[in-house]
Design a protein around this ligand. Structure first.
Ligand SMILES: Cc1ncc(Cc2csc(CCOP(=O)(O)OP(=O)(O)O)c2C)c(N)n1
Ligand SMILES: [Mg+2]
Length: 540
């Protein structure tokens, strides 16, 4: 077996299902082995940001590893933002990059694609990955690969593997998975006892499930734990879509001043807020109506548990949840009012113009009639609108908040799960990576794309209305669809929107682009509340 085959088998063994990539001359040798070996399917896209977002999406929606394969220099540097997003949002993406061989590295010439030094790329990726290796020694390679992939899964963070192009066919032993790390069972027991004791005395405890619950495959167990403890469950903005298909007492999404008042009250009034796998970020907590005293919360994330002013280190989330389930056998006497939220339905299909909340109603009506679709959303008002759509699997950069995620993430979602996605994207973000839809035809992907066209960077305009540079003009997105291999339609009334969705859901095999014209300054209910809330808080 050669070095790349050994690496590909290891990737598959650690939970990779496919590779997204764009080659270059430093990468052609290892791409050739990917294609010849067929160990993992290869999907090429058109721009490396899309490669990174698609690979990230596969890890988010299915678990396991996402794999993004690029060439050295121009390719890898082009993908830095997407990998930074994966790092910030705890997504286990493996970056594979071709690299210069030993001979050329010592030629004394500056190499094409070289930035500062030949190691600049490795140094830059050290900032957005949890482990890295350059495979320049075939004898060491199996152990190095085992360590890097184990860290990728253990931390649920990206890792970087550079493959010198003169090493790809070197004979290499198979990779043996690293043994799981030992746990301090006494510390784990003490930690769980302390958590349970705090929850037991709390009059209004609440469990907030964060993205790590999905990343470590714990949604069913956390749903069971919440039922046994009798805890109402909420998710953060970033955690929207978690526990959707589990039997959990899911109250809704906490968004502080921008969210549903009953959910906000439940969370901010809790005297035992249990943050399980949650990222303590501004998008999740900075819009609190009343400041949440994080010192009074129980925080379990990044492999440690913090209660008040002390922490337990080396507390993997999976081990913590298992130990809690082992100690909490039966359902609690406590019952909590879990009022399921009624999401807007019943779009009036008339000649009125379309507001984002009308889109949510139309989607909820579609889900009621045809079943739910998983959603890949970009950021912008489309993501705030998603908060008004029925709970369904949702992937979106809700914390790192990069544009460009939506369309490639939808392609990654369909590639790895086989499910048809609903993609929500604003016109600004579509201008960045919407072009990737041109790859659907080759792979048989047929997402339904709702393009929120307000001809504006509207999120920015809400905070700085006086700036003219937020105007984007009309590009004619609907007309672009057919040459790209899909069907496109522009809708400006609610009746046209309903008809377009009915046609899209009935059409398979081609992507369906619905360009929704939204009048200038018309925001979703959620974004309007967010903007008003942020302005109110900032003037306190
Ligand atoms: C890669 C990147 N570059 C710039 C920015 C900064 C930004 C945040 S929101 C926004 C406007 C989004 O416009 P869009 O039309 O997509 O959506 P909407 O506001 O609903 O009209 C920008 C430019 C971010 N977040 N990511
Ligand atoms: Mg816009």
């Amino acid at each position: 077996m050669n070095l790349v085959e050994s690496l590909l088998h290891a990737l598959k063994d650690h939970g990779a299902h496919e590779i997204f990539g764009i080659p270059g001359d430093f990468a052609l040798p290892y791409f050739r082995i990917i294609e010849e070996s067929g160990i993992l399917p290869l999907y090429t896209l058109s721009h490396e940001p899309g490669v990174g977002f698609a690979a990230d999406a596969t890890a988010r929606i299915r678990g396991g590893l996402g794999v993004a394969a690029v060439t050295y220099g121009a390719g890898a540097f082009n993908m830095v933002n997407a990998i930074a997003a994966a790092y910030a949002e705890k997504s286990p993406v493996v970056v594979l990059s071709g690299g210069p061989g030993k001979g050329e590295a010592s030629s004394g010439l500056l190499l094409h694609h070289q930035a500062k030094t030949l190691d600049s790329q490795l140094q830059i990726f050290k900032e957005i990955t949890c482990d890295q290796v350059k495979l320049d020694d075939a004898a060491r390679a199996p152990a190095d690969i085992a360590r890097v992939l184990a860290n990728c899964l253990r931390n649920s963070e990206p890792v970087y593997i550079e493959i010198p192009r003169d090493m790809v066919r070197e004979a290499c032993a198979p990779v043996t998975r690293e043994a799981p790390r030992a746990l301090d069972r006494d510390a784990l027991g003490a930690c769980v006892d302390e958590i349970l004791a705090r929850l037991d005395v709390a009059k209004s405890p609440v469990l907030m499930a964060g993205v790590e619950v999905r990343r470590f495959g714990l949604e069913e167990k956390v749903a069971e734990l919440s039922r046994r403890l009798g805890l109402p469950v909420v998710t953060s903005f970033m955690g929207r879509g978690l526990l959707t298909d589990c039997d959990a007492p899911l109250v809704g999404t906490y968004m502080g001043v921008a969210g549903l008042p009953d959910v906000t009250q439940l969370v901010e009034g809790a005297d035992g807020l249990f943050l399980l796998g949650e990222i303590i970020s501004d998008t999740n907590f900075a819009v609190s109506e009343t400041r949440i005293d994080l010192r009074k919360t129980i925080q379990a994330h990044n492999g440690q548990v913090t209660l008040g002013y002390h922490s337990y280190a080396n507390m993997p989330l999976a081990a913590l949840v298992d130990e809690m389930l082992a100690r909490v056998k039966n359902g609690a006497e406590k019952t909590f009012p879990v009022a399921p939220h009624q999401y807007p339905r019943g779009l009036v299909a008339d000649g009125e113009t379309i507001a984002p909340t009308d889109i949510a109603k139309a989607v909820n009506d579609l889900f009621a009639a045809h079943g739910k679709l998983p959603i890949a959303s970009d950021i912008g008002d489309c993501l705030f609108t998603a908060m008004e759509i029925e709970q369904t699997a949702l992937i979106a950069p809700g914390y790192y908040a990069t544009m460009g995620f939506g369309v490639p993430a939808g392609l990654g979602l369909q590639a790895t799960s086989g499910q048809r996605p609903l993609i929500l994207v604003g016109d600004g973000a579509f201008q960045m990576t919407g072009w990737e839809l041109g790859n659907c035809k080759r792979y048989g992907f047929d997402p339904i794309v709702l393009l929120f066209n307000n001809a504006s960077w509207e999120m920015l305009r809400t905070f700085q209305p006086e700036s003219g540079f937020n105007d984007l003009g009309q590009w004619g997105y609907a007309e672009m669809a057919a040459p790209l291999g899909g069907d496109g339609v522009r809708v400006s009334t609610r009746a046209e929107l309903k008809a377009a969705l009915d046609k899209a859901i009935a059409t398979r095999g081609r992507f369906q682009l619905i360009e929704v014209t939204i009048p200038r300054g018309v925001l979703s209910t959620t974004l309007s509340r967010f903007v008003a809330g942020v302005k109110r808080i900032s003037t306190k």
